[in-house]
Design a protein around this ligand. Structure first.
Ligand SMILES: Cc1cc2nc3c(=O)[nH]c(=O)nc-3n(C[C@H](O)[C@H](O)[C@H](O)COP(=O)(O)OP(=O)(O)OC[C@H]3O[C@@H](n4cnc5c(N)ncnc54)[C@H](O)[C@@H]3O)c2cc1C
Length: 430
């Protein structure tokens, strides 16, 4: 009989719950290697393993009925190339920390999610996005990725060196291996300013006006409550590039004081809204790195539709406004430019994102989602992989023309499905 392997020092107890407290990551154990060698040794003696980022997904995308691994104890390994404007970074590093270090080199991320607390590896794996007509998902900035694959070997792939598979490997829902490092494109850290306008007239929800609002800056977020009006427009502009907005803009008035996107919440966790120029990492996210983000007691859902379908999709779902509002903290509309990543919800389509921050009422939310999804169905929605949805997996699969290529890549890199979980199996099939 083979003696049982001793538990390594970097094994923790049980993985626990997600940031929202609504996803149970399973029995574990959760491993926390501190070096590449430890990670490779762990993969080498595992038959099942799944990576955990900073636990900010609301779906079961990171959950497992077996062992998990977190890379948060690995060195950050930030390596900047200022001439090429790139950084190589460990996958467990949070965007906020990366952005701070980049600023010291005069560099910045072109776009960021609303939250700087998420990890580079975890956000890239699900297609996390910020907002901006010209900005693609965060994963689109990845130019190289290093993965420990099922064989325990380190596989380095790059956009230029591996064009036939790279677009399948970056956004892979954790199924191809454990990403150890990513190399990202950066941009010069030109100053940005953020302003918020409030209380837009109802007619601004129509197609052209909505798209004009979303084009009002480099990155724009519109908050509303399914009552046919935009309540807040958060506009993040590049100083010297974007035209400063007037006090009254498209019928909305400039906020005199800082606001929080969730009604009634204090704004001290939010980034500067005074219009004063500042570094991009202090304007692009909605929330400051040093504060607990958003509400904490929430669930999120989000669907990507073609940008030209946004007004129609919002009007269709607004029919359910009275049923949505009692369950809702706030809803947000953002845009994302089309990308070429095989599993990206913005694959091949300039997109608008229809988002819901729900109160933590999982049963009521799951009961309402099918009706919302039915209203969105004519617009071919693609759900955010890291948020809650109830769409039929076949309808999700139908939205991804490169799914067959992705499955072939997964079968090649992980023939015994070491990195699988039920969530991904159910959605991707095969
Ligand atoms: C308050 C709040 C605000 C949010 N705002 C936004 C937003 O603005 N835009 C947006 O798009 N999303 C947003 N999200 C959702 C969130 O950004 C995504 O779900 C993101 O994937 C979470 O990253 P994470 O590091 O927490 O990864 P986790 O949720 O822990 O894991 C996500 C996936 O990444 C995989 N993974 C993690 N690390 C690795 C690795 N090293 N190698 C391989 N696979 C790995 C996991 O297996 C899993 O499949 C928000 C979430 C919260 C809680």
């Amino acid at each position: 009989m083979t003696p049982a392997l001793p538990a390594p020092e970097h094994s923790l107890e049980v993985p626990g719950l997600s940031w929202s407290g609504t996803v149970d990551y399973g029995p574990g154990p959760l491993h926390a290697p501190t070096s590449l060698a430890q990670l490779q040794e762990l993969v080498g003696r595992s038959s099942r393993l799944r990576a955990l980022g900073t636990r900010h997904s609301f779906s079961e995308v990171a959950a497992s009925d077996g062992p998990l691994v977190t890379l948060t104890s690995m060195p950050a390994d930030l390596e900047f190339d200022t001439a090429a404007r790139t950084v190589r970074v460990a996958a467990g590093v949070r965007y906020g920390e990366l952005a701070l270090a980049a600023a010291e080199h005069g560099l910045a991320l072109a776009t960021m999610g609303s939250l700087p607390h998420i990890s580079v590896g975890g956000a890239s794996a699900t297609g996390t996005h910020g907002s901006g007509d010209r900005h693609r998902s965060l994963a689109s900035a990845v130019r190289a990725i290093e993965l420990v694959t099922a064989s325990g070997e380190l596989l380095a792939l790059s956009r230029e060196g591996d064009p036939e598979i790279f677009d399948g490997a970056v956004l892979a829902l954790g199924t191809l291996g454990i990403a150890t490092h990513l190399t990202l494109d950066l941009v010069p850290a030109a100053p940005m300013r953020q302003t918020v306008h409030l209380d837009f007239p109802a007619e601004r929800m129509r197609g052209e006006d909505l798209l004009a609002m979303l084009a009002g800056g480099s990155s724009v977020s519109l908050f509303h409550r399914w009552d046919g009006r935009i309540a807040q427009a958060w506009v993040k502009q590049r100083v010297g590039e974007d035209e400063q907005l007037p006090e009254t803009w498209l019928g909305g008035r400039r906020a005199r004081e800082a606001v929080h996107p969730l009604p009634g919440m204090p704004a001290d966790s939010c980034t500067d809204q005074s219009g004063e120029p500042g570094p991009p990492h202090e304007r692009l996210p909605h929330f400051r790195l040093e504060f607990t983000p958003s509400n904490g007691e929430e669930i999120q859902s989000e669907y990507f539709v073609a940008r030209e379908d946004l007004a129609g999709a919002l009007a269709a779902v607004t029919e359910l406004g009275e049923r949505i509002r009692p369950l809702l903290h706030a809803s947000e509309v953002r845009t994302v430019a089309a990308d070429s990543l095989w599993l990206s919800p913005a694959h091949g389509r300039d997109s608008a994102c229809v988002h819901f921050t729900w109160k933590q009422l999982p049963q009521q939310v799951e009961a309402l989602l099918p009706e919302i999804e039915e209203r969105l169905a004519p617009y071919a929605p693609r759900p955010h992989w890291g948020k809650v949805f109830t769409m039929d997996p076949a309808a999700v699969r139908a939205q991804y023309p490169r799914l067959g290529d992705f499955r072939a890549l997964r079968d090649r890199l992980d023939p015994d499905r070491m990195f699988r979980n039920d969530y991904v199996d159910r959605l991707l099939g095969g």
